[in-house]
Design a protein around this ligand. Sequence first.
Ligand code: NZQ
Ligand code: ZN
Length: 388
Amino acid sequence: MNNFVFQNPTKIIFGQGTVSQLGKEAAAYGNKALLVYGGGSIKRTGLYDQVLAQLKEHNIEVFELPGVEPNPRLTTVHKGIDICRANGIGFILAVGGGSVIDAAKGIAAGVPYEGDVWDFYVRKAVAQSALPIGTVLTLSATGSEMNGGSVVTHWEENLKLAHLSIHTYPKFSILDPTLTFTVPADQTAYGSVDMMSHVFEQYFSHTADTPLQERLCESILRTVIENAPIAIAKPDDYAARANLMLCGTYALNGGMISVGVTNDWASHGIEHELSAIYDIPHGAGLSIVFPNWMKYVYRERIERFVQYAVRVWDVDPTGKTDDEIALAGIQATRDFFTRIGAPATLSEVGIGDDRLGEMAAKAVRYEPLGQFKKLTKEDVEQIYRMSL
Ligand code: NZQ
Ligand code: ZN
């Protein structure tokens, strides 16, 4: 196990009816809030009215930034920064999925910064502070509700980049599983793939002697595998939605499940290049890429893939070689993603082979990608080809 520091300052308020605590929590951060939300799902579900009522009850003046795109755009983040500066707003409330929360984090870090907030995403500057953020989560997937990550797209340059900071952890997040009852089947599947992928990025590692971290990862994976099909078949199944919500939050919250473990994150880098150009949902891209990354790298530490197959997928090892066991686990992953309705190939989402080299080059822009196997441009391009 490596040495580590773990710090996660986010307060989680979990359960049915917890939106009733929003006003009280928000009031701790001043009397002016920027309400950030997406394309309208919160208006259709009635959550918007509930949120406004809570803020009004606590005398909080509300400014709005609606229309945050899935794969949120830098231009939208700029808009939010301008509204905050013009009105002296000191608190950002994100109500939505990962895209809304990520945009809110960009705004929060951008307001006190003199330069362009994009500097943080291109690693030109490091955020020194941010406005406080609160969230009401409506989609289980990214873990953004309990981490400091923000992923924003500069659409004109086809760049989708992440910024991580201790300053952009939400102060509080309200997690009411009933708010996810309306998430459609496809987004439920993509969210489930995303949270599993977050676990994979932390689980496929060379770090030795980490049995607790490995079993935490395996537990989350098994819980998603059990609950995603239930939530898809019966969208208002409270237990399934609650379990998925908890899995998403645990899977990526500053590394709690992988303290002292070297993480990988190559597949996320490979996926982000896809959505930067083709604007596909993040979880759909991961569903295509991740099993191919697994096939490409599994021999780097085959024992870990054997363990994954046996412990997560109950592959019977009797009479099989390590290769056969590992590949059975990878195939089970692919079959599960297909079973819940997530895509398996780039062609299914309308992506051809014309820009693979360009994406591969961008994926390794800073350094070789990943840790489990450090991928060169050629490796990344090969994984894209396997995904066609
Ligand atoms: O925009 P609205 O109308 O709200 O609709 C959204 C959107 O169309 C809809 N939706 C959300 N909650 C709903 C709902 N529809 C019905 N009922 C509800 N309760 O779902 C669609 C997708 O929403 P989005 O926020 O884009 O999904 P997700 O939570 O998967 O977020 C994806 C973004 O997060 C980034 C991804 O790259 C992508 O940009 N990520 C953020 C991470 C982080 N901050 O830690 C890590 C991840 O690896 C990921 O990269
Ligand atoms: Zn992800």
